[in-house]
Design a protein around this ligand. Structure first.
Ligand code: NDP
Length: 339
């Protein structure tokens, strides 16, 4: 059972060498009387929150840090090989928390949803558009952002797993949408594939405030916050009265030992802005409603999804580390097995 284990706790940017690939043994049979579920892992998701679990628990706000020398875990799509839980049976496809290894024994509580798979959508989509990032974009934009037709929307990390969907959802309801991303290739994707009205390469745009003033002469109604730091600071200056900032993530801060100060927070008062953090897990009760919304759009080609596929557990550390320097183009998926 090939595994990706955490070798040491991480401070600063994660490196491939913080993880190791090892081979261990597993009995592919449930222990007598077990209520657990034995999984074959197919597609694993590389997600920014995993970095917070690599920090020494002594210094982390998140009490669930990974255990050293044990496999790291994350969200994955898996096939049930054997189940001691009545809700699952052999052959079921599921998504939920699983270990970064070929086969995992998990408790049924770790499984988030059973997948009703149809061949017209890739199974890997359940790590992205049809899984946690898709729900994040949906809940964060519609439930927290409460958008109205015609509003001005700005999205950071706009080509990523979540951002590419926020931009498309905003276009679907008739908003004016601008995104920022870190390369020319991504800016092209934003404009030519995801339908953003304009796009900013924040690595080349040294005066983000001026760029935002150019693209939003009347100001921003909704800022879908994925990165934090300097971007947030510039956006605050450009928000409109009664603007909303759904705070999804702040990836620019996750690897800093000391978080960057944001100097323009007083604009929350001047412009009566509502800035609200949210966690996708609190919205999973909307999952079926979300699937009913998004699946027809995928089938009709009205919402598209770009994935960045890495093959094999041995390439897992590089794929995971890559999302912190923007190496991924679209949703970073790691394939363990295809069936
Ligand atoms: P992405 O697929 O967008 O991958 C991360 C991207 O972030 C990179 O490709 C890179 O793109 C960008 N990035 C990395 N470092 C920086 C930096 N220092 N400054 C600016 N951009 C940076 O990830 P996701 O779509 O999965 O996640 C996006 C955000 O959503 C994250 O902050 C994540 O933590 C958050 N999130 C929150 C959830 C919640 O429940 N609240 C659930 C899921 C995600 P680029 O080349 O453009 O720099």
């Amino acid at each position: 059972n090939k595994q990706v284990i955490l070798k040491n706790y991480v401070s600063g940017f994660p490196k491939e060498s913080d993880m190791n690939i090892i081979d261990s043994t597993i009995t592919l049979k449930l222990p007598e009387g077990s209520h657990d579920v034995l999984l074959k892992n197919l597609y694993l998701s590389c997600d920014p929150y995993m970095r917070t679990l690599m920090t020494n628990p002594k210094y982390s706000f998140n009490p669930r840090s990974y255990t050293l020398q044990s496999p790291i875990n994350g969200i994955g799509v898996s096939k049930v090989l054997e189940s001691g839980d009545q809700n699952y049976k052999e052959g079921d496809l599921v998504w939920g928390i699983t270990n970064w290894e070929e086969y995992s024994l998990v408790s049924a509580a770790q499984i988030h949803f059973k997948i009703e798979h149809t061949d017209d959508v890739p199974l890997s989509y359940y790590t992205g558009i049809l899984g946690m990032p898709g729900m994040t974009a949906y809940a964060g934009f519609f439930e927290v952002g409460k958008p109205k037709k015609g509003e001005n929307v700005f999205v950071s990390a706009a080509s990523g797993a979540v951002g590419q969907l926020v931009g498309q959802f905003a276009k679907l309801i008739g908003c004016h949408v601008v995104g920022s991303a870190g390369s020319k290739e991504k800016v092209d994707l934003l404009k030519n594939k995801f339908g953003y009205d304009e796009a900013i390469n924040y690595k080349e745009e040294h005066d983000l405030n001026a760029a935002l003033k150019k693209y939003f002469p009347e100001g921003i109604d909704i800022y879908f916050e994925n990165v934090g730091g300097k971007t947030l600071d510039a956006v605050l200056l450009n928000m409109r009265i009664h603007g909303r900032i759904p705070v999804c993530g702040m990836i620019s801060q996750y690897n800093l030992n000391q978080h960057e100060g944001v100097t323009n927070l007083a604009h929350l008062i001047y412009k009566r802005i509502r800035m609200e953090g949210f966690v996708v897990a609190n919205f999973y009760h909307l999952y079926n409603k979300f699937l009913e919304f998004v699946l027809p759009h995928i089938r009709e080609g009205k919402v598209v999804y770009v994935e960045d596929i890495a093959e094999g557990l041995e390439n897992g550390p590089a794929a995971l580390v890559g999302i912190f320097n923007g190496r991924n183009v679209g949703k970073q998926v790691l394939v363990v097995a295809r069936e």
